[in-house]
Write a protein that binds this ligand. Structure first.
Ligand SMILES: Cc1cc2nc3c(=O)[nH]c(=O)nc-3n(C[C@H](O)[C@H](O)[C@H](O)COP(=O)(O)OP(=O)(O)OC[C@H]3O[C@@H](n4cnc5c(N)ncnc54)[C@H](O)[C@@H]3O)c2cc1C
Length: 468
């Protein structure tokens, strides 16, 4: 068993960062929130390196915090305060695509492979890896699977979990769970990989995954739509789902978001006049070029306009136009951050309950924080609306966080009350543990703790995360 110092010698200087300036980026995440400082950042280059790293850390009583692209929004990849001595184990050097098989509709990638690179490798083979969201240029396979990421296409192809055929994981005792197979059917007992998908690094380190691909899209049509209300948008959603085309995205945005995009977006142009109460982005696709998608979308929107569900619509006329539409959606987090501090949430409700959810949140804001600016933007097609409370202009972050205390629990309670979830796609990490304690079924929590105790009895994998 190697000590950590010996491990540093074996892995090499590039794989073992200890200088404060090298470690600093790994001590904070995308949100700018800093965790405790890790003792070192270890960057193994192979499964064997990960095994040695895990064993060496265990021998010295040092906990391991796995990290991918560090775009997670729940503080999962940074150290918890007051935790045991810990290292960050970054998968970033394990970034190879190991195999692409167009006939199997599969791709095998190491955990440090950036999601966009997976998409590009799939496209080069005439296939599509459908997982997609704003941070796909930085987020990595291991992080995406460990948070069971969702994004804009969950509506059509499901979450990350639904796109995994096989997994390779290094366990806290250093053994490798090798389930890296590309089979669609395997009923040989408990589906163990699902413990690690969405496991947020609390049970082991994902080192590689066999991912499911789908046929490449030969036609895509995208429209940017103004809608009078969430109810109207829900009516439009039913219409597009019944249109006969594949609906691959249906995003809902409160009108205020477009005001902020128009003000703060760099190189962004909102394709419709400002002032609509709500906007929707809808995207239809087909795997055959002859499918008359544009007509299908135009007919559907025309009927929705007659029904009062749509006020106005703009179509993306080419690929550049489509990319321009999506940049508005994807750059929203940066536009919002430039506008001012917000308290954010990540809830989901049944699709039919989206209008009621928004109405109840609006009422709560009017009662409790009338000076706040309500933001609602999200993947309405799967019921996942991110509502945030933005500070009034000019208010400092700390003051607003203190003032808006109680907003996130109120939103969680509304979502749960409507049969939804307090954690839709970002995971629990550090920031949602209080909500786990409040809302998670106690029997489920008992089972989770039992699983954790069995696989990681010393509690050395990502301590202070997920379980309350
Ligand atoms: C602008 C922006 C937009 C976003 N939009 C979406 C969205 O639409 N949908 C969505 O689902 N998410 C979204 N996210 C959140 C984030 O991108 C996802 O949670 C993503 O899956 C995190 O991947 P990562 O590689 O950055 O993981 P990290 O942040 O590095 O880690 C996330 C968690 O996974 C664990 N982990 C990382 N790698 C491994 C591994 N190899 N083995 C075991 N555990 C590991 C970490 O310990 C941590 O708990 C967004 C984030 C940003 C910044």
């Amino acid at each position: 068993m190697k000590t950590l110092a010996a491990l540093a010698t074996t892995l090499g200087p590039a794989a073992c960062l200890t200088a404060p300036e090298d470690i600093a980026p790994y001590a904070a995440d995308w949100r700018g929130i800093a965790g405790a400082t890790p003792r070192a950042v270890l960057r193994p280059g192979s499964v064997e390196d990960v095994q040695e790293t895990i064993r060496a850390c265990a021998a010295e009583g040092i906990a391991v915090v796995p990290a991918g692209g560090r775009t997670g929004l729940a503080g999962g990849a940074i150290l918890a305060p007051n935790g045991p001595p810990s290292v960050v184990l970054s998968l970033e050097r394990m970034n190879r695509i190991l195999a692409v098989d167009a006939r199997d509709f599969s791709l095998v990638a190491e955990a440090g492979c950036v999601i966009q690179h997976v998409q590009e490798a799939a496209a080069a083979a005439g296939r599509l890896f459908p997982l997609s969201w704003g941070a796909q240029g930085s987020a990595m396979v291991g992080g995406a699977l460990s948070t069971n990421a969702g994004g804009i296409r969950t509506l059509r192809w499901g979450n990350a979990r639904d796109l995994v055929m096989g997994l390779e994981v290094v366990l806290p005792d250093g053994r490798v769970l090798n389930d890296l197979r590309r089979v669609r059917k395997d009923n040989s007992g408990y589906a163990l990989r699902h413990l690690f998908l969405g496991g947020e690094g609390t049970l082991g380190v994902i080192t590689a995954a066999a991912l499911r691909l789908v046929p490449a899209l030969k036609r895509v049509e995208t429209a940017f739509v103004a809608a009078p209300s969430p109810e109207a948008a829900l009516g439009l959603f039913s219409r597009v789902m019944e249109s006969g085309a594949e609906v691959i995205a249906f995003e809902l945005m409160i009108g205020r978001c477009m005001d902020i995009v128009a003000k703060n977006g760099i190189g962004l142009r909102v394709p419709l006049p400002l002032g609509s109460p709500w906007y929707v982005m809808v995207e239809l696709a087909a795997a055959h070029p002859a499918v008359p998608l544009r007509e299908m979308l135009e007919d559907t929107l025309a009927a929705a306009m007659e029904g009062g569900e749509v006020l106005d619509a703009a179509f993306a006329e080419n690929e550049a136009g489509r990319a321009g539409f999506w940049r508005i959606r994807e750059d929203w987090p940066d536009c919002g951050r430039r506008e001012g501090p917000s308290v954010n949430t990540d809830t989901a409700v049944p699709v039919s309950a989206v209008p009621r959810f928004i109405a109840e949140v609006e009422a709560a804001v009017t009662r409790g924080w009338p000076e706040g600016r309500l933001i609602a933007i999200g993947h309405a097609g799967d019921g996942n609306i991110h509502v945030s409370l933005m500070a009034p202009p000019g208010m400092a972050r700390d003051a607003w966080v203190a003032r808006a205390h109680g907003f996130e629990p109120a939103v969680n309670a509304i979502a749960v009350g409507l049969g939804g979830s307090f954690s839709a796609e970002h995971g629990i990490g550090q920031s949602k543990r209080h909500a786990m304690a409040t809302h998670k079924d106690p029997v489920a929590l008992d089972l989770m703790r039992a699983v954790k105790g069995l696989i990681d009895p010393e509690g050395m994998m990502n301590p202070g995360k997920m379980l309350p």
